[in-house]
Design a protein around this ligand. Structure first.
Ligand code: ADP
Ligand code: MG
Length: 504
């Protein structure tokens, strides 16, 4: 069954008439060893239904126990988002039936989330910064995973039957909810992507989540509504569920803005509902209607005592927080002396860590950037992997660089050396040794090659003598060829001019 495509307005037209309001609910799966309320392993990719305890299934007579590590991770997330941490908070049951939730309720937090009232700065690619306010970050548990079989699309529509895997049931989650975000204007899709990217980066940096979106470790529900320009009254929102790539978040927000605009332009009302994002058609389709007062019959979880967070505990955890990613970037950019554009390219190429290691191992900031952004990136592109995954270590770059600085090899040779290193032939110094690749720096040997080249191209020699110094390039080329690229080109130039008695 293919969905009927909704009408959309062009993005520019939508932006001319409306201001978007955004809101994100991001679910982060914590990488604790065990589940939120049971001792079953929290592991991805195991045989279905092997990491399941009676607690995860809600069998009669079981009692949940709060995972201390999950609470600590949640506090760390709260602190990293600039939130206040509740001195005491409780769990609540959110009641609903779905086959992936065998207990018939999700244990979550309702009135008193563990963390609330935070704010984070989101930096867009061009350096513009938006501050996004955080409403709350609360603890809850994940549901199991349904796999719909038999249909063409893998969705429940058209499937013959569904399989359920409860390995994920009870995996600790932190749900991070923003306050409504106004003022992003036409940058709303970009901000959506950057927001989720920032959350992913923060939780990864904290070490509390594997943060792999393709595995569903970080999933985003994107709320979108429009206000006519000039109005400050929020429109009706749609909530696009479980968007699980950065690109999809950006596209889904953009699409929903265009769809809402078309609905409003035709004089109709936007329906408050969930939406599903489809990568194939790059559009959303309606899910279920959703009112703000959906009645989940929340009530306090009677099997769990409140979680009390002492001041000392919070401070102990605060002291363990790593340097925030944005701060680290500012510090490194400053220390390395790169321009805004140079640093942005480094970050986008994913080689910031590699460069940091290379500099720590002894290379200059300029040399580290030259190699990682140049030859290594080029080869990585060829191999279709990230530069950091090519297998080139900081030590390799440092060794190459010091061979060049010592005049043992030139840039051209160094690139060849790298090729041999990649082929597994050893360290740069070993490769140079094995292949006899050192630069010919013995003037006598160079002069011999220069004389041969001059004799072979007497017309060029004449031009140089007559003052056309650019013509020397042809002789340098001849010498390089004769020495298989192993001559120091600069020295060869000097010697040519010396030989011919002209000033270079
Ligand atoms: P629910 O679970 O019912 O979706 P939440 O409060 O958990 O409710 O999340 C709603 C999200 O949508 C929040 O991020 C909130 O800031 C945002 N939001 C609320 N009203 C609007 C609106 N009119 N337009 C866009 N986003 C909104
Ligand atoms: Mg929600």
């Amino acid at each position: 069954m293919t969905a009927v495509t909704d009408e959309t307005l062009s993005f520019d037209e939508a932006m001319a008439k409306y201001d978007p309001v955004l809101g994100f609910e991001v679910h982060v799966e914590l990488n604790t060893r065990t589940k939120m309320f049971s001792a079953a392993p929290n592991a991805f990719g195991d045989e279905p239904n092997t990491n399941v305890s009676p607690v995860d299934l809600g069998l009669p007579g079981v009692l949940p126990v709060v995972n201390r590590a999950a609470v600590e991770y949640s506090i760390k997330i709260g602190l990293a988002l600039g939130c206040k941490i509740a001195p005491s908070c409780t769990f609540a049951r959110k009641n609903y039936f779905y086959p992936d939730t065998p207990k018939n309720f999700q244990t979550s937090q309702y009135e008193d989330p563990i963390a609330y009232d935070g704010a984070i700065d989101i930096e867009l690619e061009d350096g513009t910064v938006f501050t996004v306010e955080i409403e709350r970050a609360h603890m809850e548990e994940d549901a199991g995973k349904l796999t719909h079989m038999g249909g063409a699309t893998g969705r429940i529509q058209g499937a013959d039957f569904s399989l359920v895997d409860y390995n994920r049931a009870g995996v600790p989650l932190v749900e991070i909810v923003t306050k409504p975000i106004v003022g992003a204007g036409s940058r709303a899709p970009e901000l959506a992507r950057a927001y989720v990217a920032t959350i992913r980066e923060i939780v990864k940096n904290l070490g509390v989540s594997d943060a792999r979106m393709e595995r569903g470790n970080v999933r985003c529900d994107a709320n979108v509504s429009l206000m006519p320009k000039g109005s400050a009254t929020f429109g009706t929102r749609s909530e696009t569920k479980n968007v699980n790539s950065l690109r999809a978040v950006e596209r889904a927000v953009r699409y929903e803005i265009q769809r809402h605009a078309a609905v409003l332009e035709s004089g109709q009302k936007v329906t408050q509902e969930t939406r599903h994002w489809h990568e194939d058609t790059r559009s959303t389709t309606a899910g279920r209607p959703k009112s703000d007062a959906d009645d989940y019959r929340y009530f306090p979880e009677p099997d769990l005592v409140p979680v009390v967070t002492s001041e000392e505990w919070i401070e102990e955890l605060r002291a363990q927080l790593p340097e925030p990613p944005a701060e680290r970037r500012r510090r490194l950019k400053e220390a390395w002396g790169y321009s805004d554009a140079e640093f942005r390219d480094v970050v986008n190429a994913g080689v910031m860590d590699s460069i940091e290691e290379t500099i720590a191992a002894g290379a200059s900031a300029a040399a580290a950037r030259k190699w990682w952004m140049g030859e290594v990136s080029r080869r990585a592109k060829e191999a279709e992997v990230d530069p950091a995954e090519l297998g080139i270590t900081a030590a390799t770059i440092v060794e190459l660089d010091s061979l060049i600085r010592a005049g043992k090899i030139n840039d051209k040779l160094a690139r060849k050396v790298l090729e041999h290193v990649l082929a597994g032939e050893g360290t740069p110094a070993e490769v140079v040794q094995q292949h006899g690749m050192a630069v010919v720096s013995d003037d006598a040997a160079l002069l011999e090659a220069i004389d041969a080249a001059l004799a072979a191209q007497p017309d060029v020699a004449e031009k140089i003598r007559g003052g056309k110094v650019q013509a020397a390039g042809a002789i340098v080329g001849g010498v390089m060829k004769a020495t298989r690229g192993q001559a120091d080109a600069g020295r060869v130039r000097e010697l040519i001019f010396e030989r011919l008695g002209v000033a270079g």
